[in-house]
Design a protein around this ligand. Structure first.
Ligand SMILES: Cc1ncc(COP(=O)(O)O)c(CN[C@H](CF)CCC(=O)O)c1O
Length: 365
């Protein structure tokens, strides 16, 4: 069991409003016994989908009807269902480095998956043109794991690429888009899409608790009808109790208040951690200080290999991920002496920042 953590995966459960959550759960028991006695709609309760549609219209500019929302027990199962309906000869592009779990899922499904390089604006559309995929998976709000926020011009360029052919699709994975610090939100790709070629996925794993396993996907009408005919008779997905509780949580304004509070808390914790990293590492560290999300990338001058870093971190009970976790295929990177680490801070206790940074520094001293 790690004694300090730089993980980007867990959220700060200490500040989750459990009392409020329990109160709304009680309301579900009191007023929704009937719904609890039934199976939820295969896409999740319509009433919750209405609340999500209204919320993301405000926060992300997403335009959709509740009928287009599919609620599922995680982003992977939703993507797995959707991609199961596509021909395996469809060439697919993903960001490299990128979200390893999607890459592995698509490879396991026998798709031809093309890793696309990134520049300082996000995924390279020039490389996409060269590789000519039909589908592209992107994380424009906060590229995973480099953190890049895709500027509006690159979003337009990517949408223009898709618009050139009706069988092209973009999967916009908008995880952790709720967290932006002193920078404003850029509208989602979905809100700029005029040709119904963007599939939008969101999750409550970063804003509430990853263990709730509540995520959602918004399909354009043509994909939606195929999805419904293929899965309309399935009964799976998150528990109705949690879904109805989430509906109250959103409708009563608790969700947006929670995000505001966590934004302020994460912003302060992040700033403190960055100051401490600079203080301890000095010019041996470069911090990619992109003011968004629950992690950032750093580069540390060291002759240690990634292997050494990962092994020594484990030995010293430090939960730490290097960029190697996100390389999609073992591209023989010339291991320069600048090693990239993912620094997550959501689950780091503020009063443990000094000790955590000290322990990290001990790896490289
Ligand atoms: C890039 C990205 N897109 C979606 C999710 C949301 O997934 P879900 O909880 O299934 O809705 C995550 C969440 N992060 C993963 C789950 F915590 C872990 C990261 C790791 O595997 O490194 C994510 O990073």
């Amino acid at each position: 069991r790690p004694e300090v953590t730089f993980s980007h995966i867990a959220t700060d459960a200490e500040h989750f409003p459990f009392k409020k959550w329990r109160r709304y759960q009680q309301k579900v028991f009191d007023h929704h016994k009937k719904q609890l006695s039934l199976l939820p709609h295969p896409q999740g309760p319509y009433e919750l989908r209405e609340s999500i549609a209204a919320m993301i219209a405000l926060t992300r500019g997403v335009r959709c009807r509740p009928e287009q929302i599919i609620i599922g027990s995680g982003t992977q199962p939703l993507i797995h269902k959707l991609m199961s309906l596509q021909s395996r000869t469809t060439p697919i592009a993903v960001e490299n480095p990128g979200y390893q779990r999607f890459y592995q899922l698509l490879k396991d499904m026998d798709f031809k998956v093309e890793p696309i390089d990134l520049d300082e604006q996000g995924i390279s559309v020039d490389t996409i043109r060269k590789k000519d995929p039909k589908w592209v998976f992107v994380t424009p709000s906060h590229q995973f794991p480099t953190g890049t926020i895709m500027p509006i011009n690159r979003r337009i360029k990517l949408l223009n690429w898709a618009a050139e052919s009706p069988d092209r699709y973009i999967v916009e994975d908008d995880y952790d888009s709720e967290f932006k610090y002193e920078t404003d939100h850029i509208p989602s790709l979905q809100s700029l899409d005029r040709n119904r070629q963007v599939i939008y996925t969101g999750t409550f794993s970063k804003t509430l608790l990853p263990s709730l396993r509540i995520s959602y996907m918004i399909l354009p009408p043509d994909l939606l009808s195929r999805f419904r005919s293929a899965y309309g008779h399935w009964i799976d997905g998150p528990s109705g109790l949690n879904l109805w509780t989430l509906k109250y949580f959103i409708d009563k304004g608790e969700y947006s208040r929670h995000i505001k509070r966590m934004n302020a808390r994460y912003k302060a914790k992040r700033a403190k951690l960055i100051r401490e990293l600079h203080r301890v590492f000095g010019d041996k560290i470069t911090i990619h200080d992109i003011p968004a999300g629950l992690h950032f990338l750093v580069e540390i001058d060291t002759n240690l290999s990634y292997q050494d870093i990962e092994e020594q971190a484990k030995e010293r009970k430090i939960e730490l991920y290097t960029i190697r976790r996100f390389f999609l295929q073992d591209i023989k990177m010339a291991e320069t002496n600048k090693k990239k680490l993912i620094i997550g801070f959501a689950n780091m206790k503020e009063d443990k920042i000094r000790e955590s940074v000290q322990r990290l520094a001990s790896l490289f001293s």
